[in-house]
Design a protein around this ligand. Structure first.
Ligand code: SF4
Length: 97
């Protein structure tokens, strides 16, 4: 059975930003002025509630840098599954476009 949003463990997230800060690709060192916490909040909101074209465009652009390498799961201190969160958010963006 495919894993879903309930399997991510979002309720445990402390919004520390490690999942993006320590991305193995290094693509989140510059967020074009966005705070890491805002990026985590935005991606989490999209994964939970869907993509709002226009309002979520900056989050979408930043999430496009993620190629789902999965290293984020290893650095999360709270046992969340940010890989799955990002995967679900990417799907919801595709659905909402
Ligand atoms: S998913 Fe984990 S690493 Fe990412 S912000 Fe939440 S607690 Fe931090």
């Amino acid at each position: 059975m495919a894993l879903g949003i309930k399997d991510v463990g979002l309720e445990k997230c402390i919004y520390c930003g490690a999942c993006f800060r320590y991305c193995i690709l290094g693509v989140y060192s510059d967020l074009d002025g966005m705070e890491l916490k805002s990026l985590v909040s935005g991606v989490t909101r999209i994964a939970r509630k869907g993509y709002r074209s226009g309002r979520d465009d900056r989050i979408k652009e930043l999430l496009e840098r993620c190629t789902l390498q999965g290293y984020c799961d290893k650095v999360c201190p709270a046992m969340v599954k940010p890989f799955l969160r990002n995967e679900i958010a990417k799907k919801r963006i595709k659905e909402g476009e």
